[in-house]
Design a binder for this molecule. Structure first.
Ligand SMILES: *Cc1c(COP(=O)(O)O)cnc(C)c1O
Length: 520
């Protein structure tokens, strides 16, 4: 396909990757190993293998091979990545500088508190910032992912019920549009998940909710898990009423805060009545994610559940010490205020803590990055980030609505993302659109989620993209709609310019072939 518009250039995305085995030349070397030390102990013979069939190459060939492979990857640093519900925003490089500071990078988690005050101070300030943003009174930074934050929150709710003889309160209501981690984590915490349908506007069906908690239902209700904005990208207008209904029935409400990118500085979830929630620092707070890298799911809780937070959390004792009310910490008894050896920051477990959910102090390097992000933007900057995230999503939704309409909530603004149900005709499915977008150089949006939208295509542009990028993406979606009309087979066979074409994803997952060459 030839196209004059550079935006719609579908020529191969990356130069060919030099191969390793094919370029091997016997005797060529990329590294010179030192001779074994004279008099050293040789390895035991059973550990010495026969010569391995490894390629023989120069160092530069190897570097070019692996650099070439890395360029086949999609990344936020390389391309637009509108993966819905994942908040794939730009990862500021300044955060990396901060996390690479010696004192952060080289400190050991078992270092005594007095040598670790700077790191504990950073964690304390991050806890405080997140508390201020959400309105909650307690924060734990232990969670290594959103899902782990959810699990912790649900264990806290379970512990709270058990502390008040609520053993039988095991039912947890979850909207049918929820992220899959919600039913999974609530089940792991000992509850049973129960789906609540969405009404025609995409909001929770209030009659179904009332039915689920009335009569017998109230006595067995553990609570509810809900994300706001929901996965349809719509603000749940009845949220205060929903939470009141659950509270009246004796349940608690878990807020899945993965969608906080729409709300920073605008809504404090604690004000809406949530009892506990997590924040995805690797989404909303710009720390890198994906590829299995470390994340962070901070857990926040209000009055009811604060004492159950996973521990330890960082507490500050400067005020208490100044007032002369607190005893000196162990190993530092009697340190005078202002004494550099004093330890104002200390790790402590909340009184009814569910315990640890992660070794040491969570993913500390990620916490540094999130804190750097918060300090860079400041309160007003965070609010603007959310405002732009919402603006960008609405702009994109508007640009593509002809062929990619939103079946729920089309009559009102979306939040930071939207879920479309494309209808291009020609037997074209969402998967074909997603694969063809790769040819145009874009990461596909989230597809087939949430489950309540047929052929769902869920896009989240984030605030860090330019107007031009959004327009280029919309142009690609427009071109694909045109291709669906004129040449649907082109879409069904996509992608065409990637190193491998359309995969049988089910077979690839169930029966992966991981060897390089043909089987012997
Ligand atoms: C991403 C996400 C989660 C889970 O977060 P992980 O860090 O991937 O475990 C939960 N709920 C929603 C709505 C999400 O978008």
């Amino acid at each position: 396909m030839t196209n004059q518009n550079p935006v719609l250039d579908t020529s191969p995305l990356v130069p060919p990757v030099p191969l390793l085995f094919e370029e091997s030349v016997p005797g060529r070397r990329g590294a010179i190993l030192p001779e074994p030390e004279p008099g050293g102990t040789p390895p035991p013979p059973e550990l010495i293998r026969a010569a391995l069939d490894l390629p023989e190459l120069s160092e530069s060939q190897v570097v070019r091979h692996f650099t070439g492979l890395s360029r086949i990857n999609f990344s936020v640093d390389g391309q637009f990545y509108p993966l819905g519900s994942c908040t794939m925003k730009y990862n500021p490089k300044m955060n990396e500088d901060a996390a690479a500071e010696e004192g952060f990078r080289r400190s050991h988690p078992l270092l005594a508190g007095r040598y670790n005050q700077g790191n504990l101070a950073l964690m304390y300030r991050l806890q405080e910032s997140l508390k201020k943003l959400t309105g909650f009174g307690g924060c734990s930074l232990q969670g290594a992912a959103g899902a782990q934050g959810e699990l912790a929150g649900m264990l806290m709710i379970r512990a709270w019920h058990l502390s008040r003889a609520g053993e039988e309160r095991r039912r947890v209501l979850i909207p049918d549009s929820a992220h899959g981690t919600n039913p999974a984590t609530c089940t792991m915490a000992g509850f049973t998940a129960e789906s609540i349908p969405s009404g025609p506007g995409g909001a929770v069906d209030m009659d179904a909710l009332r039915r689920a908690v009335s009569g017998e239902g109230a006595a067995t209700l553990g609570g509810m898990m809900i994300t706001n904005p929901g996965t349809l990208g719509l603000f749940e207008k009845n949220i205060v009423e929903i939470i009141r209904i659950i509270h009246d029935a004796g349940g608690l409400v878990y807020g899945d805060g993965a969608n906080m990118n729409a709300l920073m500085g605008i809504v404090k979830p604690a004000d809406l009545g949530f009892d506990v929630m997590h924040l995805n620092l690797h989404k909303t707070f710009s720390t890198p994610h994906g590829g299995g890298g470390p994340g962070a799911g901070a857990i926040l809780a209000g009055k009811t559940l604060g004492a159950f937070l996973p521990g330890p959390v960082v507490v500050r004792r400067a005020e208490a010490q100044k007032a002369g009310t607190a005893p000196g910490p162990s190993g530092n008894a009697g340190a005078a205020p202002g004494d550099p050896a004093a330890e104002p920051y200390r790790l402590e477990s909340p009184p009814s803590s569910i315990g640890r959910i992660k070794a040491f102090q969570g993913n500390f390097g990620i916490l540094v990055r999130a804190y750097a992000y918060i300090r860079t933007l400041g309160g007003r900057g965070l609010r603007r980030a959310s405002e732009y995230a919402v603006l960008n999503a609405n702009y994109l939704r508007e640009l593509v609505k002809e062929h990619y309409p939103t079946p729920f909530g089309a009559d009102r603004p979306c939040m930071h993302e939207f879920t479309a149900a494309p209808d291009l005709g020609g037997g074209i499915h969402t998967v074909d659109i997603a694969k063809r977008l790769i040819d145009y150089g874009f990461h596909p949006p989230t597809v087939y989620f949430p489950l309540i939208v047929k052929e769902a295509l869920m896009a989240e542009p984030t605030e860090t993209e330019t107007k031009e990028t959004l327009e280029a993406f919309a142009a690609a979606l427009g071109a694909i709609a045109e291709e669906a009309r004129t040449n649907p087979e082109l879409l069904k066979g996509a992608p065409h310019n990637t190193p491998v074409g359309r995969l049988d994803e089910t077979a690839a997952a169930r029966n992966p072939i991981l060897r390089y060459g043909p089987a012997e």
